[in-house]
Design a protein around this ligand. Structure first.
Ligand SMILES: [Zn+2]
Length: 403
C-alpha cells in the first residue's frame, strides 16, 4: 500500500494569518506545515482536507511572521559600561573616561580575561531577551579579543550558544574593530596581523561566516579596510562593513565595490554611496539603537535608499558601549520613530532583508516552501502593533526549525 508522504507533515499550524514577507503576500485564513524542520506547505484553510500531520495546531486567528533575525550584534563580550554611562551623565568628558581606562579598551581587556565558558554564560541572558521576542537567527561579531586566540575564543563562544538554545547563529570576524593596546600607534602593523595571521587561521578552522571591519576616522582607513577585504576575498569569505556612522569615509562605496553583503550604520552616507550600494545589491543595515544611545542627530538618508531600491535591514547592534539594546521589537519602533521607516519596511528589516544581509535568504527570512520552518506567532490584531508598541511583547510562540 502506498503511503502518501507528500501530504503527511510533522506539524500543521492552521487558522492563522500569515505575513509571508515574500511574493505570497498575506493569507487571512492561512495554513503552514513543516516536515524535517523545513516548510512543507503554505496555503489556506481549503487545503486542510488533503493534508495530514502528526500534530495540528489551531492558531485562533493569530498572526504568523517569519522568525525574526537580528543581523548585527556584538552579543559576546565581557563586562558592561554602565559605570562609564553613569560617569558621563555626571559630567565626565570622553577624554577623562578614556584616561581612566574606559571606552572599547575596557571591554577588550575584560573579554581577554574571560574564559570561553564565561563569555557564553554572560551572553545567554542577552540572547534570551531576543529569543523571548521571536528571534530565531542571530549574527554575532568578534572584535573585542583583537588577538588570534581571543578572537577565536569569542567566535567559539558565539557558536557554542547554539548548544544551549534553539537558535541559528551566524558568526562574523571583526578583527579590524579597534587597534589593541599592544599596537597603539601602529594600526598598519595590526592590520598586517589581521590579514597575515588571523583571517587565514580563522578561515582554516571555519569559525566565521563573514568578515567585517570598522571604517571610520576613529577606526580604520579605507586603505586598511581594502587590505582586510582583499584577504577575505582570497579565502572566499563574504564581507560587510561598519560604514559612515560618524563621518563620510567612503566606506559604503568601498563595501559595494567588494560586493559586500551589507554596509551598516550609514548615518553619513552620501548619494554616491547609495548608488554604489544599489548597483551592488548591498543591504543597508540600520542601527537606530546606537543612534538613540549616542544621541546622534544626523539621520541616514532613508528616502534616497528607498528611491534607489537599496534593501534595508534593522538590527539591535547589541554592544556594551554604544547600544546596550536587547530588544529587536524596540529596534523596530526606533527605526520607525527616529528614521521614519514604514511598518512593512521595519518588518522586512528584521526578516527578509536581515536574511539577505547575512547571505542566508535561500534558507530563512520569509515564509516559503522548503525554507527552514522558523516562525513567530503573535497575539496581535495587525502587524503594525509589533512596531507601534514600546516595551510590550506580544509573542505567543516561537518555532525554530519546526519545533
Ligand atoms: Zn556594530
Amino acid at each position: 500500500m502506498a503511503f502518501d508522504s507528500d501530504n503527511f507533515h510533522d506539524r500543521i499550524w492552521c487558522n492563522a494569518r500569515l505575513a509571508t514577507m515574500a511574493g505570497g503576500g498575506t493569507y487571512d485564513d492561512g495554513v503552514i506545515a513543516c516536515r524535517n524542520g523545513r516548510t512543507s506547505h503554505i496555503g489556506t484553510a481549503d487545503d486542510l482536507a488533503k493534508l495530514d500531520a502528526a500534530e495540528i495546531l489551531d492558531c485562533e486567528g493569530r498572526w504568523i511572521t517569519p522568525g525574526l533575525i537580528d543581523c548585527h550584534t556584538h552579543l559576546i563580550h565581557a563586562g558592561d559600561r554602565a559605570h562609564e554611562f553613569e560617569r558621563r551623565l555626571a559630567g565626565s568628558t570622553y577624554e577623562e573616561l578614556a584616561r581612566a581606562g574606559g571606552g572599547i579598551t575596557s571591554t577588550v581587556l575584560a573579554t581577554r580575561a574571560a574564559s570561553e565558558r564565561q563569555l557564553v554564560d554572560s551572553a545567554l541572558p542577552r540572547l534570551d531577551s531576543l529569543i523571548a521576542e521571536g528571534v530565531t537567527t542571530i549574527e554575532i561579531k568578534s572584535g573585542y579579543g583583537l588577538s588570534l586566540s581571543d578572537e577565536c575564543k569569542m567566535l567559539r563562544a558565539a557558536r557554542a550558544l547554539a548548544d544551549h538554545r534553539a537558535i541559528s547563529i551566524q558568526t562574523t570576524f571583526l578583527g579590524a574593530h579597534a587597534v589593541p593596546p599592544e599596537y597603539f600607534g601602529s594600526a598598519d602593523a595590526y592590520i598586517g596581523a589581521v590579514c597575515g595571521t588571523m583571517i587565514p587561521s580563522i578561515a582554516g578552522c571555519q569559525l566565521a561566516d563573514a568578515v567585517d571591519a570598522f571604517c571610520e576616522n576613529v577606526g580604520f582607513t579605507a586603505d586598511q579596510v581594502r587590505r582586510v577585504f582583499d584577504v577575505a576575498r582570497a579565502y572566499d569569505l563574504p564581507v560587510k562593513l561598519h560604514a559612515e556612522q560618524l563621518s563620510n569615509s567612503g566606506g559604503a562605496t568601498l563595501a559595494a565595490e567588494y560586493g559586500a553583503l551589507s554596509a551598516d550604520h550609514l548615518e553619513h552616507l552620501d548619494q554616491a554611496g547609495v548608488a554604489a550600494m544599489a548597483q551592488a545589491g548591498t543591504v543597508a543595515v540600520l542601527l537606530p539603537g546606537a543612534f538613540y544611545f549616542m544621541r546622534e542627530t544626523h539621520v541616514p538618508p532613508i528616502a534616497a535608499l528607498r528611491a534607489a531600491g537599496v534593501p534595508m535591514a534593522v538590527a539591535t547592534d547589541c554592544n556594551p558601549g554604544t547600544s546596550p539594546l536587547t530588544s529587536i521589537l524596540l529596534a523596530m519602533n526606533m527605526a520607525a520613530t527616529l528614521f521614519r521607516l514604514t511598518v512593512d519596511e521595519c518588518l522586512a528589516g528584521v526578516t527578509r532583508e536581515a536574511a539577505r544581509a547575512l547571505g542566508i535568504l535561500n534558507d530563512t527570512g520569509t515564509l516559503e516552501l522548503d525554507k527552514y520552518c522558523d516562525l513567530a506567532i503573535w497575539e496581535v490584531e495587525r502587524p503594525a502593533e509589533l512596531v507601534y508598541r514600546m516595551g510590550a511583547n506580544p509573542l505567543h510562540a516561537r518555532i525554530w526549525r519546526g519545533q
